[in-house]
Ligand binder design. Structure first.
Ligand SMILES: *[C@@H]1O[C@H](CO)[C@@H](O)[C@H](O)[C@H]1NC(C)=O
Ligand SMILES: *[C@@H]1O[C@H](CO)[C@@H](O)[C@H](O)[C@H]1NC(C)=O
Length: 454
């Protein structure tokens, strides 16, 4: 085969970026290895979830007893400027943050890690516990962290990671700016199944009693915030933004967590505002302002754990591709359940698919199996959902023919079609509903008119 001229040009261009390509090709979500005295895990070995990097649930094995505190050994404030941070936005300040954290974590009682106003260029950094004698640890973030180039990430996980902590508060009005624009072209996940996953801005792993209040996350290279194995997590007044064309920049992804509340939060990105993954119980989302993006979604992948007890309420979605979406993969092999969910008091403004249950989800050209989803969806309520839809089908209840949905309730649903072009032709089409393998219960006003099938 001869190589066409265009291909040669493309290759030359790619080779010009060889270093970055090499680095991104080596990435897996396995392993927490950033050169600090942490036992390296075997990169690439074992199973991991492409979206969530499950193996990170294994503690990397940090040895904290070596970290003798330099100062403030009992409580107090640890200012990153005292640890050599430059805050000039140009020289890498990761080491100063890591050192301040080490001392704070090795201290006792209530401790504060203080980040004054300023711009801090940072490579991947980990704030890990356990902090044995610390009762609460606050990261008081007033500054702006700037994510360094993808080439600095090697094969390790995310950008800023918190893990194995009890009683973390992250606050201060500061910003985590992933500077993702240069990395986005390297993300092939929207079209390729076995893709390299880019670093998330913030990941919280195996955390208890976490409070995140008043912080911003912008232009992450991948997901903005990932909660994994968190218990008692309260997030409020979080602002998350990325351009609507940026790939996989989900706002907040939650999995294997319980007792999580996200409130008064504004998310506008190129993907889901909030996505609920596997193994969650007791998740409440309230006062969420979402858009642009793909909406609030409950996505399930093959072979995962149940999701139970989700409340989404008092929220507004504007211009999103979907509203509230429950999707399960067409070929989900595991017999798991998604149950006890309430979507209440939600305003949809120019939203595509405002209400959608999709059990034939397959993001690629074709999925390997033709068998119906084995995820059982039950006890799902949609109450007081109103506004406008951009898709003629406003309500889609497309359930598995293997296991029909059960206990689906719609109460007071009023969705009208935004009729831009069509009204010019003098026709006024109205929104419709589509049902398959479901027998839903309806009460109160219903627009579009109810559908049913079994
Ligand atoms: C979180 O709480 C669980 C249950 O009490 C406990 O087993 C676990 O060790 C705690 N984790 C941390 C990091 O404190
Ligand atoms: C349903 O979920 C809610 C909210 O998480 C919870 O309070 C309630 O106990 C759950 N009900 C059942 C039957 O599991």
């Amino acid at each position: 085969m001869t190589v066409k001229l265009e291909e040669m040009i493309v290759r030359l261009f790619i080779c010009f970026l060889c270093f970055e390509i090499f680095m991104t090709e080596g990435r897996t979500l396995v392993g927490i290895d950033d050169g600090t005295p942490i036992v390296r895990s075997k990169g690439g070995a074992g199973r991991f979830n492409l979206i969530t990097g499950k193996p990170l649930l294994v503690h990397p094995g940090i040895k904290l007893e070596k970290n003798a505190p330099k100062r403030g050994s009992s409580g107090g404030t640890f200012n990153v400027m005292d640890y050599g941070a430059r805050a000039n936005g140009k020289s890498d300040d990761s080491q100063a943050f890591a050192s301040a954290w080490k001392d704070a974590c090795a201290s006792t009682g209530k401790v504060i890690v203080f980040v004054p106003k300023g711009n801090y260029l940072m490579g991947p950094v980990k704030f890990l516990g356990p902090c044995e004698k610390v009762t609460s640890i606050t990261l008081q973030m007033q500054g702006t962290l700037l994510g360094s180039d993808l080439s600095n990430f090697g094969t390790s996980g995310d950008w800023v990671q918190f893990g194995w902590l009890d009683g973390l508060t992250l606050t201060g009005g500061g910003t985590f700016d992933g500077q993702g624009a240069k990395a986005w072209p390297f993300n092939k996940c929207p079209t390729k199944k076995n893709c390299q996953v880019l670093p998330a801005n913030l990941r919280f792993v195996n955390m208890n009693r976490t409070r995140v209040d008043g912080i911003k996350s912008v232009n992450s290279k991948f997901f903005h915030m990932i909660l994994q194995g968190c218990s008692d997590f309260q997030g409020r007044r979080i602002r998350i933004t990325a351009p609507d064309e940026s790939p996989n920049t989900d706002g907040i992804h939650i999995e294997e967590s319980n007792d999580v509340t996200i409130a008064e939060t504004v998310v506008g990105t190129g993907d889901d505002c909030i996505s609920i993954g596997q193994g969650n119980t007791g998740i409440t989302l309230s006062g969420i302002t979402c858009g642009p993006g793909h909406g609030i979604s409950l996505g399930r992948y093959p072979d995962e754990a149940d999701v139970k007890g989700l409340i989404v309420k008092d929220s507004t979605l504007t211009g999103t591709m979907n509203g509230v979406r429950i999707k399960t993969w067409e070929n989900s092999p595991a017999a798991t359940t998604a149950s006890n969910m309430t979507f209440q008091n939600i305003v949809m403004k120019n939203v595509g698919n405002p209400i959608i249950i999709d059990q034939t989800y397959c993001p690629y050209v074709s999925c390997s199996s033709q068998s119906p989803s084995r995820v059982k969806i039950s006890d799902i309520s949609f109450k007081n959902i109103r506004g406008t839809t951009t898709s003629p089908v406003a309500v889609t209840l497309d359930c598995s023919k293997g296991i029909p949905c059960q206990g689906i309730n719609l109460e007071n649903v009023q969705l009208t079609l935004v009729d831009q072009k069509t009204s010019l032709r003098g026709k006024k089409p109205s929104a419709t509903a589509f049902c398959q393998n479901v027998k839903a219960k309806y009460s109160g006003p219903q627009f579009p008119p109810p559908c049913n099938s079994q």
